[in-house]
Design a binder for this molecule. Sequence first.
Ligand code: SAH
Length: 218
Amino acid sequence: MINDTFRHKGLRKAMVEKMRDLGITDERVLAAMERVPRHLFMGAESVFDEMAYENKAFQIGSGQTISMPHTVAYQSQLLEIAQGDKVLEVGTGSGYQAAVLAEMGAKVFSIERQKSLFDKTAPFLRELGYTSIKTFFGDGFVGVPGFAPFDKVIITAAADEIPRKLLEQMMIGGQMVIPLNDETKTVMRRITRIEENEYEEEQFIDCAFVPMLKGKAY
Ligand code: SAH
């Protein structure tokens, strides 16, 4: 049974207003976030459902987190999703970001390196009705070449380097949103594939993410 009440919907409306206050303007992002029942993505860690609708990140087990709502909204907005876009997400985690993108009309391919999280989240997304989201257990540095090329790529962990194989899995005109570490901080970047071998890079806000790690974890 999916427990999503009028009270939860009210909390979500307030969260969305907060996102507006924080400068999120893409109405499709806001509408999607108003639909996804974030409190169900928090696992046993969430004591009170209200906490799910505060602008905070939370532990979801296996040392991982569900990104704070503003981060999800910000990355989703930078992706400029069009209906039917094929999106590769690195770091399925709780599945929340994937659900928001699916609500925006994207075809989501999401990859997670932690087996325990993958085993939990993949069936959970199906149970919630997000049957169009394809989940993969694997290393985001390798990507999902079998389903490439993608219109958009979203990395939801902080990377020390831009994954070269993912650049190759982007369509011409495609975009990647990635939190990239420099010596002192993590900066959100957007990379656009202009031509076969030409990429353009833009820089946005400083941010905080768990690290993007190599290989799979069991
Ligand atoms: N998008 C998630 C955020 C999860 S936190 C959500 O909405 O809840 C980042 C996730 O990235 C973690 O689950 C972590 O295990 C995963 N991750 C880190 N490095 C990875 C890699 N190389 N490949 C795939 N997943 C990775």
